[in-house]
Design a protein around this ligand. Structure first.
Ligand code: ZN
Length: 260
């Protein structure tokens, strides 16, 4: 018995420093994941979906309770040195709160409630915002946007928080937004922007692009008039999911960055 206790104590002594070393090592984001996130920032900036504002995050490949997000700078200027780690309450694990995006709570709260999601884009793309301030619903009208729900929901801070600056600047507001998103891939924020989510960085970039193409086509169709819009049915939308997870477009967009 004594011998067993002694062995257990020796094992504990041997393992404790290893655990500390492991924790210290995981306080730095994965370099390959950082590089991908930098590329995604630049692609979305090139598309005009992220300008001085808006952001993209990815769940930490080594720890599902953390996510990677750049500090609060324009997406076009993001480098590997600007990528920070956050816990799911959106407290910085690396870097400081002062240098962080005010709206980082969007990411933490959605990662908490959606274990299926590993990447999130928050954009202020104007063609999307138009659908958040009218009774006209954003819906899938092109085959590349079959991921859109039949009626994209609109989140409004006023429902729970009264008249605000419209931003998602707390865990409470982030949580309410996540509730509004539900199990959908996208939610509109009234007079503000869009949140789109996916189970992968390449997919979320593809969705961010094609949701805006869909929005433009839908607006053009509305302007043409002629008796309403023939959108994708639920079955067509489900069948038209991209076959390659937007890999072809990711390769194209990445190669265009390299040409500069
Ligand atoms: Zn915003």
């Amino acid at each position: 018995m004594l011998r067993q206790k002694l062995i257990a104590s020796l094992l504990a002594l041997a393992v404790t420093p290893l655990l500390h070393a492991q924790n210290a090592a995981s306080a730095a984001p994965d370099p390959a994941q950082v590089a991908e996130l930098v590329t995604a920032n630049h692609i979305l900036a090139e598309m005009g979906l992220l300008d001085g504002y808006g952001h993209i995050s990815v769940r930490d490949v080594h720890n599902p309770n953390r996510y990677l997000l750049a500090k609060a700078i324009p997406a076009a200027t993001v480098t590997a040195a600007d990528i920070r780690l956050y816990d799911l309450d959106s407290n910085p694990v690396t870097g400081t709160a002062a240098e962080s995006f005010w709206e980082r709570f969007i990411h933490g709260e959605i990662y908490k409630t959606r274990p299926d999601i590993t990447a999130i884009v928050h954009s202020h793309a104007p063609e999307m915002v138009a659908f958040s301030v009218t009774g006209v619903k954003l819906r899938p009208v092109i085959h590349m946007a079959g991921f859109l729900p039949q009626q994209v929901r609109v989140y409004d801070n006023r429902t729970l928080f009264g008249e605000t600056d419209l931003l998602i600047t707390s865990t409470q507001k982030g949580h309410a937004l996540g509730e509004s998103l539900g199990s959908d891939p996208i939610v509109l924020l009234r007079g503000h922007g869009t949140v789109v989510v996916a189970a992968g960085l390449h997919v979320v970039v593809g969705r961010a692009y094609y949701m805006t193409v869909n929005a433009r086509v839908e607006q053009q169709a509305l302007a043409l008039g002629g008796g309403g819009i023939t959108g994708l049915t639920a079955e067509e939308a489900q069948k038209s999911a991209t076959q390659d997870g937007f890999e072809r477009t990711w390769t194209l967009w990445k190669s265009k960055l390299g040409e500069k």
